[in-house]
Design a protein around this ligand. Sequence first.
Ligand SMILES: [Fe+2]
Ligand SMILES: [Fe+2]
Length: 141
Amino acid sequence: MAGDAAADSIIWTDDFLIGIGELDYEHRGLIAEINELHLELRGQAGQARIADTLGRIFARLQAHFALEEHVMAERHYPHFDEHKAEHDRLIDTYTEHMVKFRDTPNPGDRDALETVLRQWIVNHILNSDKKMSLLVASGGP
Ligand SMILES: [Fe+2]
Ligand SMILES: [Fe+2]
């Protein structure tokens, strides 16, 4: 399934599908970009190139969360606030790591970035997004 070993790229499988086409499409793009970053971090790509990729992922994440929140609101998802709070926390943590990596990089930052992106974002899709789609697909509470 979602590639547990830290050294592997994340393999996209149907496990990631939540059943809402536009969101699945974006999740797939997000994971492809996270894999790209993974290769750059492992391949010791330069600081500037990694910073670029981090910026692209940040923009993609923000746009994705906005679309997903729109979908949740439109379908009257009962746990909207909780889910949005999770998005906000993800953006905060991501921003913190991104700025730290850019301004005061140290060797541990690469691992920290991997942890945030791979574990947290992937878990969010597999758990929170899936829970949301199941509930809105069943017509809500
Ligand atoms: Fe999502
Ligand atoms: Fe989400």
